[in-house]
Design a protein around this ligand. Sequence first.
Ligand code: AQP
Length: 338
Amino acid sequence: METPVAPQKKIIFSGIQPSGTLTLGNYIGALRNFKKLEDEYQCIYCVVDMHAITVRQEAAALRKRCLELAGIYIASGLDPKKNVIYCQSHVSGHAELSWILNCFTYMGELNRMTQFKDKSAKHADNINAGLFTYPVLMASDILLFQTDLVPIGADQKQHLELTRDIAQRFNGVYGDVFTIPEGYFGKVGSRIMSLQEPTRKMSKSDPEDTFIALLDPPDVIRRKVKRAVTDSDAEIRFDPANKPGVSNLLSIIAALNDQTPDQVAAELQGQGYGKLKERVADCVIATLEPMQAEHKRLMADKAYLQGVLDENAQIANKMAMKTLRKVQRKVGFADRGR
Ligand code: AQP
């Protein structure tokens, strides 16, 4: 079942952390775009478990979520014969390149990262060095595969810019070693907001009622959407600055139906927020139900999922080694006898 790697195609890399149950934000901002790209590009999708431990995880739960996330990649429609779907910790090149790139990244650059500031505030009892150097590991993930395009949500834009800076700095010293990657952002929904605090992004490690999980059953989805924060003026209008809650709900419908939020607002003109929420729940359930059924089927066949991860890790490893060996030579590491 070897995944054919198509070297003539441009490379896409993206990863998702198995740090909780994936949310509708992860789906709209990242996953949903992955499927659209699988024919045109050679895509590499990683379960980034090494990133996940920057925040304390329970070992058994993390292990389970790694397999669950691989299942979600496949259930969302990604063909594991066309896409390289694997776990980050199975390819040692991520850690090895990360060390080298740490030596080409400045403290001042990492100090500016807003995700570090946000996560340090959220996890004040565990502000570890990994949390600080997370963007360097992310740069390594991307640069290891000579990635051309990175489909991500807007929250990761700053990390991608840093990746480009690190790559350019390295290339400036050693010649054209790394491809300089570009971001790929969906037209709508690159930042889905929390249902309870719509000025903050929806996150899988926040409290349950703030997000829709991809594996939430329909009744839970309806209940969460019903309780979503809106405002008191009852007008359905897309205006993120003044009406963040309503605008977020419009963005969700728009992203799932390939419309613009203004189009959705026009269709729902004159109707109440109750109707808007009903529409959101219907769209979300219609999108997630088939994926959930497929995911359930896959999770019942863990040997198959493990097989996909094992084989794809070998392919990813081969690809990663090409870049890693080149980088190691450039920086002057000792030659290997064989
Ligand atoms: N709310 C969001 N809207 C749009 N895109 C989003 N992404 C995350 N949240 C939203 C995108 O999903 C991809 C995977 O994200 P990640 O798991 O690697 O890390 P994250 O961005 O830190 O996601 P979370 O859900 O907020 O995780 P936790 O709570 O563990 O930190 C990325 O492309 C991201 O942009």
